[in-house]
Design a protein around this ligand. Structure first.
Ligand SMILES: Nc1ncnc2c1ncn2[C@@H]1O[C@H](COP(=O)(O)OP(=O)(O)OP(=O)(O)O)[C@@H](O)[C@H]1O
Ligand SMILES: [Mg+2]
Length: 360
């Protein structure tokens, strides 16, 4: 069983009349890579700064083990923070930058030199001790910021969009490198990003934030397969949401009737409406099976509106007889690879979910 290392209990933060965060409750497990994901302004940085101690919550508590951190100043929290803009000291050498936290803690000179060199080695930058930040590339500066946060051997590492200033290629490489270093050190990490791919590729668990609150928290697979709300369904990946009505409910399952009378079985959760109410059928594009439009055949009658070939996959924009759109993606092999716009087909959504219509 994983143990909890850090807890947030009903944390809120207001700026004047605006509620920036909360209430948020969160338990971070020892050694995990947890990501706070969400659109701009949803409260990611505010939450991270509350954890780091740079901001005080208006209500709620932050604890590490038995220790209440709410009133503990940042240097005494045993956390390493990498800011979005790295915030390296421009007039200090790389060695002095990395050594900063150790000097604050009165570590002896020979020990500092040894640990700085070992840390620069770890982030793949041996030998740059004597340079200044402006003599390094963006990606190298990012690694120095990481080394500076890690050298104090913090219990928790906090990263605020550390890859957002890098070009696309370097960004992808650094994702893997960062994840590698995190695994090797086994350090509990809280990572902030608005990039879903980044969150999914790196994290053990993802907390999706919406307007200062956690909309859903779980492994990437859970958010992708079983979004709890319309917000999650629309933020994560691609999906179609077909309007219908609940005509049957039992444990974990619902039957949704779509306009035209087709009834589709769907997984149901706590947020699924009851019988007789309107609902949304949530369908992932790779989970639509296609067949010929024959009399008596199963599935929704759909017309191909657009076909887009992008190499490994072919995407079809489909439209139902009642005018709802359904997206379908197929590997670009097999019989449907070449289906032309205008063709009528039968589409059967599989592994779908029933969601409350809610606010878009
Ligand atoms: N110092 C401040 N004064 C007033 N409002 C603030 C302040 N800092 C943040 N806010 C507001 O609090 C909310 C959350 O901001 P926060 O910086 O946490 O968002 P974020 O999720 O990190 O966004 P981004 O992805 O753009 O960095 C926003 O509505 C923002 O405008
Ligand atoms: Mg931010």
């Amino acid at each position: 069983m994983a143990s909890t290392i850090l807890s947030l209990r009903d944390v809120t933060k207001r700026y004047g009349a605006t509620l920036a965060v909360g209430p948020i409750s969160l338990e971070v497990e020892t050694g995990e890579f947890l990501t706070l994901l969400g659109p701009s302004g949803c409260g990611k940085t505010t939450t991270l700064h509350i954890i780091a101690g740079l901001l005080h919550p208006d209500e709620g508590r932050v604890t590490m083990g038995e220790r209440d951190l709410t009133r503990v100043a940042p240097p005494y929290r045993d956390m390493g923070l990498v800011f979005q803009n790295y915030a390296l000291f421009p007039h200090k050498t790389i060695a002095e930058n990395v050594a900063f936290g150790l000097r604050m803690r009165n570590v002896g000179k020979p020990e500092i030199a040894r640990r700085v060199a070992a840390m620069l080695d770890l982030v793949g930058l041996p030998g740059v001790e004597g340079r200044f930040p402006d003599q390094l590339s963006g990606g190298q500066r990012q690694r120095v910021a990481l080394a500076r946060a890690l050298v104090i051997e913090p219990t928790v590492l906090l990263l605020d969009e550390p890859l957002s200033n890098l070009d696309a290629l370097l960004r992808k490489r650094m994702r893997l490198e960062l994840r590698d270093i995190q695994r090797r050190l086994g350090i509990t990490t809280i990572f902030v990003t608005h990039d879903q791919d980044e969150a999914f590729e790196m994290s053990d668990r993802v907390a999706l934030l919406n307007a200062g609150r956690i909309e859903q928290l779980g492994p990437p697979e859970a958010l992708y397969d079983a979004p709890a709300t319309r917000f999650v369904a629309e933020f994560i990946g691609e999906a179609s949401l077909l309007e219908g009505r609940i005509v049957g409910r039992r444990d974990g399952e619902a039957a949704i009737e779509l306009p035209g009378g087709t009834v589709v079985a769907a997984a149901a959760g706590p947020g699924t409406p009851g019988v007789g109410q309107s609902a949304l059928l949530f369908v992932r594009p790779e989970r639509v099976s296609l067949g010929p439009d024959q009399p008596g055949a199963a599935g929704l009658r759909v017309r191909v509106e657009r076909r887009v070939f992008s190499g490994e996959v072919v995407s079809f924009a489909l439209r139902t007889e009642s005018g709802q759109s359904l997206l379908c993606k197929k590997p670009s092999v097999g019989e449907y690879r070449a289906v032309e716009p205008g063709t009528w087909l039968r589409a059967t959504p599989i592994e779908c979910r029933a969601l409350a219509a809610g606010a878009p």
